[in-house]
Design a protein around this ligand. Structure first.
Ligand code: ADP
Length: 301
């Protein structure tokens, strides 16, 4: 089931324009929405989850008009918000059972089966009797997925799920999501580039409410080949480097500074060609070397 977002805009009462004419086509599979804090990701996720309305624009999920037919959307949609509050004194099994009742799974036997299947799928079966207050961040996130999956959603929206997870929990959580992506559309909103590069077959980059790039991660990385150059410098040389070259990112490397520069040809003898990755795509897009920021700058020139 394809999700079509057309010209969606949203301005909050305080005057902040969180979304500015956002258009995206999101097919089945894992879709990454990547952008820095404040880019507008959560606003878009909440609008898709029918918790908030856009000022203008249209959204269709297959046949369903997402803005007008909220009840129909809610039947086919699962939403895992950024902050997932749980009742700390209740066990995972009890709370999931409770949500299943709210979801309208009335028959007791069917409900038991659904609850068991979801707890097994999210790897929480062995700890199902534990109180949620004692769950780790990762376990809580996986419980959130179990809740979001009640009722077999065709679209699953996951907002900043890996923030605060330790590396092992993060891997387990991403594996769970990638299994889900085999059967339904999953939108993953994140500011973490690796989440997208490890998982998503399609992606968009958003900043200040505007979509800057829509791409397939592997294709976008391939297009950067020959355009990313690396140099290891002393920290005090950075200011000069930034004056003379299009520095897109810097990283500390054993006390030195690793610089990535965007250039169509070699910027000089101090540089080596770098093997491009999605981080280069992201920073080159944000800096306006590729994508719509560049197209706009070229149109204005
Ligand atoms: P992200 O999820 O990418 O961090 P958000 O959608 O949360 O971005 O926020 C986008 C912009 O809208 C930010 O400038 C944020 O401060 C602002 N914003 C978000 N929610 C509200 C709100 N309820 N009222 C006013 N401004 C908001």
């Amino acid at each position: 089931m394809e999700l079509q977002i057309r010209d969606v805009s949203k301005t909050y009462p305080n005057g902040v324009q969180a979304l500015n004419n956002v258009s995206l086509t999101i097919p089945a599979g894992m879709y990454g929405l990547l952008g820095p804090n404040g880019a507008g990701k959560s606003t878009l996720m909440r609008i898709l989850a029918t918790l908030q309305e856009p000022d203008s624009g249209s959204i269709r999920l297959g046949e369903i008009d997402v803005v007008r037919e909220k009840d129909r959307v809610r039947q086919t949609l699962g939403y895992l918000p950024q902050e997932f509050g749980v009742y700390p004194k209740v066990s995972a099994e009890e709370l999931l059972e409770h949500f299943a009742i709210l979801k309208g799974i009335a028959a007791k036997k069917a409900r038991r089966e659904v609850v068991e299947a979801l707890l097994r799928q999210t790897n929480l079966w062995d700890v199902r009797k534990q109180k949620l207050g004692g769950y780790s961040g990762g376990m809580r996130q996986r419980f959130g997925v179990a809740v979001a999956l009640l009722g077999n959603p065709k679209l699953l929206i996951v907002d900043e799920p890996t923030a605060g997870l330790d590396p092992a929990e993060r891997v387990r959580f991403l594996n769970l999501l990638s299994e889900l992506g085999e059967n339904s559309a999953v939108i993953l909103s994140t500011h973490i580039v690796e989440d997208v590069s490890e998982l998503c077959t399609r992606m968009a980059i958003i900043d200040r409410g505007t979509i800057l790039l829509e791409a397939e991660p592997l294709g976008a990385i391939e297009q950067m080949r020959g355009r990313i150059w690396r140099s290891v410098i002393e920290k005090r040389e950075l200011a000069e480097m930034e004056r003379e070259h299009a520095v897109i990112s810097t990283k500390l490397l054993a006390g030195k500074t690793l610089v990535h520069v965007y250039a169509d040809g070699s910027p000089g003898p101090a540089f080596d060609p770098a093997e491009p990755d999605l981080e280069d795509v992201y920073f080159a897009t944000m800096a306006g070397h590729i994508g719509r920021r560049r197209e706009r700058a070229e149109a204005a020139a």
